[in-house]
Design a protein around this ligand. Structure first.
Ligand code: ADP
Length: 479
């Protein structure tokens, strides 16, 4: 498939139903280092135009029935699935993940649009008993208004649909700012939204300077909500920038997921879960197992089995069907991985597999296994965001929980045990928004995705996801 022939390869932005902008911001393929396309380098002027467009489109979109909005979203979902292969090709080209993963992400991304198409019809208020006889209390749910979404490069499609799906379902309009590394998937999705019948101005997309676009979105009093997925560092800045206008916020930020393997775990299942959680997307997911804590009795056996599984990974260009591990997104990502490995080795960790750049060059990195990792090492504190599995040893359950919670983050946790009492005890003690119990895969459109502590605010997906885009209005009715 020749990328340039794809009808969904858009190199302009959509503002108020018009494709516009001079493409001059280069998008590279991280696998080859080659330019794929250019997109506009927009800033505050174009962002303000997008905000105006979203504001102008709001009354008519909000006035539609939930069912009408649902039907349009349903068409968008169907178009995404009909174009799954083309979208996956675009994603692999700009992001690097293997095609099987890219196809999986498109299906996952589309599932949010399908889910929220269904939820659009089920936005219910309440009738409540008034404390005095006579009056009635009724609550209405109304759209928040104009919303902004700033999204990262690791899931170029799903991080948009889990925001745009509930926003549009609720009757909000939106401005999307995708990551500059992966704008092409985002532009293609918006092109499909337009084809599906999303009216002009209801969804707008601006590519370009994150700082300028971010500043324009956060400063605008018209924008009533910001939903951001990215690092805790930038999330903190955006939260502060939203303070003057008291915007609603959904923040899905960094994680430092513990993955705990107890003595009573099914070790083969734990290895399989660790591989999915750790090495999917070359370790570049916010719910990646970042610290693998293994109980002393099974530590050696688990390490040996994990090393075998890691040896079976195949690093390479994502378009080759046998490849399991693509390149990292850029040179900075490789530098961080190297820094974490070197710091750990200097402080006494042992290298059990990998540990260096891959012979393919570029940003390819060899899947790595480190043993004897301790909390004193950088890798224990910071999100690695790369294909490095660090093993920590513990003896008692309490110690594992203490180690697991010893972080400012609180996104995902995983643990493996066959003991039911321990299952509940540990799940309740872990400080995080999501727990994978005997599974390494927790993401789907039905479960509420989100974190606590410095991993963020709010939930995406699930029956809670649409609430983030709704305000409750209370009517006190007397007489
Ligand atoms: P990552 O480490 O995943 O690249 P970032 O938090 O740096 O995470 O980036 C996530 C998203 O936030 C991207 O779309 C990026 O363009 C955007 N971004 C980065 N810096 C800013 C900023 N100062 N203001 C607004 N958006 C930003």
């Amino acid at each position: 498939m020749q990328l340039k022939d794809l009808s969904l390869l858009k190199t302009q932005c959509l503002i108020n139903g018009v494709w516009c902008g001079e493409p001059n911001l280069v998008v590279n393929n991280p696998s080859t280092g080659q330019e794929i396309a250019q997109v506009p380098r927009f800033g505050s002027v174009e962002t303000k135009a997008a905000i105006e467009a979203a504001n102008a489109a709001l009354p008519a979109w909000r006035a539609k029935s939930g069912k009408e909005r649902s039907q349009i979203l349903r068409r968008w979902f169907e178009l995404m699935m009909q174009n799954q292969e083309e979208l996956a090709q675009i994603m692999t080209a700009e992001q690097g993940k293997p095609l099987t993963e890219a196809r999986g992400e498109i299906a996952y991304a589309a599932s949010f649009i399908e889910w929220f198409a269904e939820e659009a019809k089920r936005v219910y208020g309440d009738v409540m008993p008034h404390p005095q006889a006579g009056p009635r209390i009724i609550t209405l749910k109304q759209p928040v208004g104009v919303c902004a979404a700033i999204t990262p490069w690791n899931f170029p499609a799903a991080m948009i649909t889990r925001k745009a799906g509930p926003a549009l379902a609720a009757g909000c309009t939106m401005i999307v700012k995708p990551a500059s590394q992966t704008p092409l998937t985002a532009l293609a999705l918006v092109a499909l939204a337009e084809r599906a019948g999303v009216p002009a101005g209801v969804i707008n997309i601006v590519t370009g300077s994150a700082r300028e676009i971010g500043a324009a979105l956060t400063a605008s009093p018209i924008v009533r909500k910001l939903s951001f997925t990215g690092s805790t560092e930038i999330g903190r800045e955006l939260m502060a920038a939203c303070a003057p206008t008291i915007k609603k916020l959904s923040l899905e930020l960094g994680g430092n997921a513990p993955f705990i393997v107890f003595d009573d775990a099914d070790l083969d299942a734990a290895v399989q879960g660790a591989m999915i959680s750790k090495f999917r997307n070359a370790g570049q997911t916010c719910v990646c197992a970042n610290r693998i804590l293994v109980q002393a009795g099974v530590y050696d056996a688990f390490a040996a089995k994990l090393a075998v599984a890691i040896a079976n990974l195949k690093v390479g260009d994502g378009t080759s069907e046998s490849v399991t591990t693509g390149p990292l997104i850029d040179e900075n990502a490789v530098a961080k991985v190297e820094e974490h490995i070197n710091d750990a080795l200097a402080k006494g960790a042992v290298l059990l597999a990998g540990g260096k750049r891959h012979s393919l060059g570029g940003t390819f990195f060899t899947p790595t296994l480190l043993g004897n990792v301790t909390p004193a090492m950088k890798i224990a504190r910071e999100e690695t965001f790369g294909p490095v599995a660090p093993l920590f040893k513990f003896t008692k359950e309490d110690e594992a929980i203490q180690m697991a919670n010893d972080t400012v983050f609180g996104l995902a946790s995983y643990f493996y045990t066959q003991n039911i009492a321990r299952s509940f005890r540990v799940a309740e003690a872990l400080e995080c928004g999501m727990v994978g119990l005997n599974t390494g895969m927790i993401s789907n459109e039905v479960g509420p995705f989100g974190g606590i502590k410095q991993s963020g605010l709010g939930r995406e997906g699930s029956k809670y996801g649409v609430e983030e885009y709704l305000e409750v209005k209370y009517l006190c009715i007397a007489g």
